[in-house]
Design a protein around this ligand. Sequence first.
Ligand SMILES: NC(=O)c1ccc[n+]([C@@H]2O[C@H](COP(=O)([O-])OP(=O)(O)OC[C@H]3O[C@@H](n4cnc5c(N)ncnc54)[C@H](O)[C@@H]3O)[C@@H](O)[C@H]2O)c1
Length: 332
Amino acid sequence: MKNQKIGIIGCGDYLRWQSQDLKNSKNVKVKSLFDPDKARSAKFAKDLGGKSVGSSDEILNDKEISIVCVFVPPWIRKDILVKAANAGKHIITTKPLAPSIAECRAMVDAVKKNNVKCGVFYRRTGNSGIETYKRIFSSGKVGKLALYKQDWIHHYPEWNNWATDPEKNGGPFMDAMIHNMNISKYLMGRKPVSCSYFSENFAHPGLKCSDTDFMKLDFEKNGAAHLFITWAADLAVHSRDGNDREHIDIVYMITDKGWRITEAWEKEGFTITASRSGKNMKWIAKDFKDTTYDRFADSVLKNKPLPSDIPDVTEASEDIKLIRDAEKSKKI
Ligand SMILES: NC(=O)c1ccc[n+]([C@@H]2O[C@H](COP(=O)([O-])OP(=O)(O)OC[C@H]3O[C@@H](n4cnc5c(N)ncnc54)[C@H](O)[C@@H]3O)[C@@H](O)[C@H]2O)c1
């Protein structure tokens, strides 16, 4: 039986991404949805079940609703999330937590004060490939992760008017590469100690943000992540209604024992390969048994820590501080 009721605040493109996982969930049921654009909440109410309501307060004041999804843009998130925590709701939200460190602090404080759970969904969330990497590095079979290297190339977001505004969100790193920075921290499993950051605009002087960012993040015990993203190349945009664009992802990792780790979709599924001196080892990622929503709801019901693929609000806040501090120090 679907016994935990969810309210959704913000029914934009991210909810479209989340719809299937919500529908596949066995223990959560969408009760109410709110978006100032009524057509959007009505459309998702039809698709997911539940009712489109006239204000976010209707959701926050509803005693039957235990979990609230805050899927609004980052610059709008703080006030709603603080209100939800003060109303005693457990919260699911997404990256980037907020454009400023002060807003992040306010959210962390409200979550702690009210003793509620707040999970922040990233690319890592519900991603069995990343969990497989984590198990490989924890097993010691290939040594410790030493170098995490990733390039992302895609067009800048065109389906909204806030993602390219540094006051409301940020540039390519805040909007997108934050996913992989978070993954690199998770897989390293040790503290970042220093950071170099470069940001420039090669091809889009009309944008409020840079079109290219690079971060070298150093970790204790001789580890580094090289994280590069560019929106400079005009790769294909398949639709301007939502995130539907050509995307190039080049990623590999190297361990302190000299293993090179790569990933690919093969016929058995998502496959991770470690190679050294011409020898290979392979792992196939196995999907999670339950949806992310069911696993979050279970941690609420049993008052357990969040599953390891769901960063909490403190971790998401640390990510924003890292990027904003790095951006400041790049100015010489
Ligand atoms: N985790 C991921 O992989 C991932 C992927 C895509 C987007 N995101 C994130 O999801 C968030 C939302 O992005 P999006 O692409 O859905 O944006 P969007 O612009 O498509 O949708 C945002 C929605 O929020 C609504 N909204 C605005 N103010 C509101 C308010 N006061 N109350 C309720 N709703 C309000 C808007 O009307 C809009 O429908 C962003 O933080 C974005 O970075 C995460």
